[in-house]
Design a protein around this ligand. Sequence first.
Ligand SMILES: NC(=O)c1ccc[n+]([C@@H]2O[C@H](COP(=O)([O-])OP(=O)(O)OC[C@H]3O[C@@H](n4cnc5c(N)ncnc54)[C@H](OP(=O)(O)O)[C@@H]3O)[C@@H](O)[C@H]2O)c1
Length: 251
Amino acid sequence: MQRSILILGGTAEARALAGKLAGDPRFTVELSLAGRTRAPAEQPVPVRVGGFGGAGGLAAYLRQKDVSILIDATHPYAAQISRNAAKAAEVSGIPLVALRRSPWLRQPGDRWIEVESVADAVNALGKAPRKAFLTLGRQELLPFEAAPQYAYLVRSVDPVEPPLAVPNAVYLTARGPFEQADEARLLRDHGIEAIVAKNSGGPASYGKIAAARDLGIDVILIRRPDLPDVPSVETVQEMLAWLDHAPVPLK
Ligand SMILES: NC(=O)c1ccc[n+]([C@@H]2O[C@H](COP(=O)([O-])OP(=O)(O)OC[C@H]3O[C@@H](n4cnc5c(N)ncnc54)[C@H](OP(=O)(O)O)[C@@H]3O)[C@@H](O)[C@H]2O)c1
């Protein structure tokens, strides 16, 4: 009997996993996206888009679609959906496994300042005017309006609309992966003195971290949120191995 998998996605890993499972006769697979980006990347399996209406809504969806395995392959900073997934799995008795990339670890030469929130990142930029490269989601940029003395280079997947109410900001739209050499060129060309980023982990956005190390640039990293304690793996390969031995649903 085929088992039905729901992948909560929005990451490169979720897409790669879906690609590996597409066509596997043991499973039917659906991928769920939050709908944050206007033109999401093509996905190799059927996709549904938008919130479920909290943990209860997700649990109802799991039952309605007769899902046998729930995979949380969301971004490490998307903590709410991960909490909802844990709760929905608990109430529905459907096995949940998370695919969570490990965070980047500080290397010799890194000039990292770790902070709890975007507001703390603004404070960590210091008093003197500086040129900062912001690689945060466009919904997270508003706190920088409190610091109009800095010049900003902002990179996001979708345009920042409306733009920030600061006098000096340049906007780039781009989707990773980003190579170290290109990132180094960007940092030099724009005279960047500090980067504000999330500790996303994985190779796709590590180029700026490695380039900053080489160039002696400060990196203000927003700490990862706490995530629920559920069975988890770190790579697509490990997830495929887990699925080979996945438990049958308890329903
Ligand atoms: N979501 C992404 O694809 C994504 C990708 C890259 C980075 N991030 C980063 O993660 C942080 C929080 O982002 P966020 O607001 O998207 O996450 P979130 O705070 O964990 O989720 C907020 C709500 O969005 C809905 N949602 C999130 N992911 C979903 C999915 N895969 N399928 C269906 N619904 C989903 C859920 O709505 P309901 O409660 O209504 O179900 C959830 O409660 C930000 O820093 C963002 O930049 C997110």
